[in-house]
Design a protein around this ligand. Structure first.
Ligand code: FEC
Length: 287
């Protein structure tokens, strides 16, 4: 399962409405979002949806006889459609795997609910809640930051701060992944910050990367390499929020700015996903 992305600019209003889950969308925020997609040149197709399909097909090849279906949280094909197709194909067990490594009730919890409802008991259901400490994933990221002279900033999508009141593991899992990658790569200069906060009128987890870059600059850091541990593909939050907004802030602060290549459909990453699915299939359980 993946987040999903509008295929073309005309899809953005419906896509945003889906993300808002029925809550009103302010006109200026919608215009701003259309502008962000336009300036990335996403006029005709979505990079995220194409990468998701590439990853799905590669995973299916890697798993040999296990069919892999794509379901998107906020776009088509929907998670419920993927569940229907899996059940119709005669699946006895369905494994739910989200292309996002860290669990939060506000993120992975939503995918899980959609899949469970879509399956409606039509197959055994095994859900992979999180894979933030999966050794192959940690190794893949460590390989991409090892040997850098820059200060490494690990990042992930922010969420409303109230998730912490309910004991949500999201932030702890993000810090754990960052720590594991830093240790394996032998980093001494690193930190973590959130990114991509939405203006929803409530406090979100911080610090945001734009604030964090200023903090680092005051500490004398002159070069940063961003490692977005909370994402696995090139999409709006990478190509706009990091490559455009954060890069511009770094430039204003006189800092060098870089980010690692995203895993996308890299065979080493697909291999990590295949390992997760194989292990899950060995222990089927009822939903
Ligand atoms: O490239 C693309 O077209 C899609 C990029 C994209 C990814 C993504 C991942 C996550 N989000 C998470 C949480 C929230 C919460 C809200 C929210 C809002 C947006 C908006 C866009 C958007 N998100 Fe997203 N998210 C992506 C895109 N996200 C566009 C709406 C406009 C904006 O704020 O920029 C706030 C909802 C609300 O208003 O109530 C909360 C989390 C992730 C990482 C986990 C995952 O991938 O599922 C968490 C990719």
């Amino acid at each position: 399962m993946a987040y999903g992305s509008p295929e073309r600019l005309a899809d953005v209003p419906a896509y945003y409405a889906d993300i808002r889950g029925g809550r009103p969308v302010r006109r200026e925020l919608l215009d701003d979002l259309v502008g962000r997609y336009r300036s990335l040149g996403i006029e005709d197709e979505s990079p995220l949806n194409a990468i998701t399909e590439e990853t799905r097909a590669a995973l299916e090849r890697e798993l040999r006889d296990v069919p892999v279906f794509t379901g998107m949280k906020h776009w088509t094909p929907r998670i419920a459609d993927a569940a229907d197709r899996a059940v119709a194909s005669g699946a006895g067990t369905v494994v739910g795997l989200v292309l996002a490594p860290h669990f939060s009730s506000m993120s992975i919890g939503g995918y899980k609910e959609q899949l469970q409802e879509g399956l409606a008991g039509g197959a055994d259901f095994v859900f992979i809640d999180s894979w933030h400490d999966e050794s192959g994933f940690v190794e893949l990221l460590a390989d991409r930051v090892r040997g850098t002279d820059a200060h490494v900033v690990f990042t992930a999508h922010s969420l409303p701060a109230r998730i912490l009141d309910a004991g949500d593991p999201y932030k702890d899992q993000l810090l754990e992944t960052s720590q594991l990658v830093a240790e394996l790569a032998g980093l001494t200069a690193w930190s973590f910050s959130f990114q991509s906060e939405s203006p929803t009128g409530e406090p979100w987890l911080g610090p945001d990367i734009l604030v964090h870059l200023s903090e680092l600059s005051l500490e004398g850091v002159t070069s940063v390499l961003v490692c977005p541990v909370g994402f696995v593909a090139d999409h709006l939050e990478i190509r706009w929020d990091l490559d455009h907004e954060a890069a511009e802030r770094a430039r204003e602060l006189g800092m060098d700015f870089g980010r690692i290549e995203m895993p996308n459909a890299d065979p080493a990453f697909v291999n990590v996903l295949a390992g997760l699915v194989r292990r899950a299939l060995a222990v089927p359980s009822e939903a």
